[in-house]
Ligand binder design. Structure first.
Ligand SMILES: Nc1ncnc2c1ncn2[C@@H]1O[C@H](COP(=O)(O)OP(=O)(O)OP(=O)(O)O)[C@@H](O)[C@H]1O
Length: 244
């Protein structure tokens, strides 16, 4: 079953084409990493798929539900951990999750059960009574991911989940993402090629709003005769940008 499908998905910001006729198909349970230089269009794609932005043209479906005609039906299917976190700084870790679960209609008992499960899944039990504003960058990202799990999503979007965190916290976040892998479809964006290599079943490379390459990390490396996904990425992007 296809979790996500886009057909000629396009977004214009006045005269600037941020995403240009994107055709993408992601299978249920797959972890797909969207790669690209700054401004390539990754966040715009995620914002369209999560119904934050309306496409200028083209179509996209999540679990066969259209993002344009049925955005309200999309919301229960997805969880989003954005670059700018929606965490309430003065609430504790536990309170942030409980509040969101209650907003989504859980009873107090259900919310507590769900919160305990998420804290366990994300290894956040020790931080449960800490105010969010006192969390480290890595723990903050973990809380943001936990909050994205409140809707029990079929598809989880992680926009640069390890941006700005240290190398140990990054590895710990990889463990958390690896634990979630397979139980839901995950789409993540990253500038860290070793992250895409470690986590992704498949990657898509964007340049100038277009999807220029998709494949498994192994396929892309093989095509460029290298053991480094970063080298393969640079080569694909440079070719597209006309550096070679
Ligand atoms: N609200 C906006 N108005 C006008 N242009 C925008 C707007 N948001 C994004 N853009 C432009 O659209 C293009 C794609 O931006 P986007 O944020 O999707 O890229 P990105 O690949 O996520 O980049 P980064 O890796 O830096 O987060 C960029 O040229 C950006 O300047």
């Amino acid at each position: 079953m296809k979790a996500i499908e886009t057909v000629d998905l396009t977004k214009h910001y006045s005269t600037h084409i941020a995403v240009n006729q994107l055709n993408l198909s992601i299978k249920e349970g797959e972890l797909f990493a969207l790669l690209g230089l700054n401004g390539a269009g990754k966040t715009t794609v995620i914002n369209m798929l999560t119904t934050v932005l309306s496409p200028t043209s083209g179509e996209a479906t999540i679990h066969h539900v259209s993002i344009q005609t049925n955005p309200q039906q999309i919301k229960p299917l997805i969880g989003v951990s954005p670059q700018e976190s929606a965490v309430a700084p003065n609430l504790t870790v536990e309170e942030n999750i409980l509040l969101l679960a209650t907003i989504y209609g859980a009873s107090n008992k259900e919310a507590t059960k769900q919160c305990n499960q998420i804290l366990l899944q994300l290894d956040l039990q020790k931080e449960r009574t800490k105010k969010a504003k006192h969390l480290s960058g890595g723990m903050m990202r973990r809380l943001s991911m936990g909050m994205a799990l409140v809707t029990k999503p079929n598809v989880l979007f992680l926009d640069e989940p390890t941006a700005g965190v240290d190398v140990i916290a990054r590895r710990e976040l990889w463990n958390v993402i690896n634990e979630l892998k397979g139980s839901m479809t995950i789409v993540l964006t990253t500038h860290h090629m070793e992250e895409a290599d470690a986590l992704a079943d498949r990657v898509g490379i964007m340049a100038n709003g277009q999807l220029i390459k998709t494949g498994t990390p192994a396929e892309l490396k093989k095509q460029k005769h290298t053991h480094s996904l970063e080298d393969a990425f640079v080569s694909f992007v440079q070719l597209e940008e006309g550096y070679e």
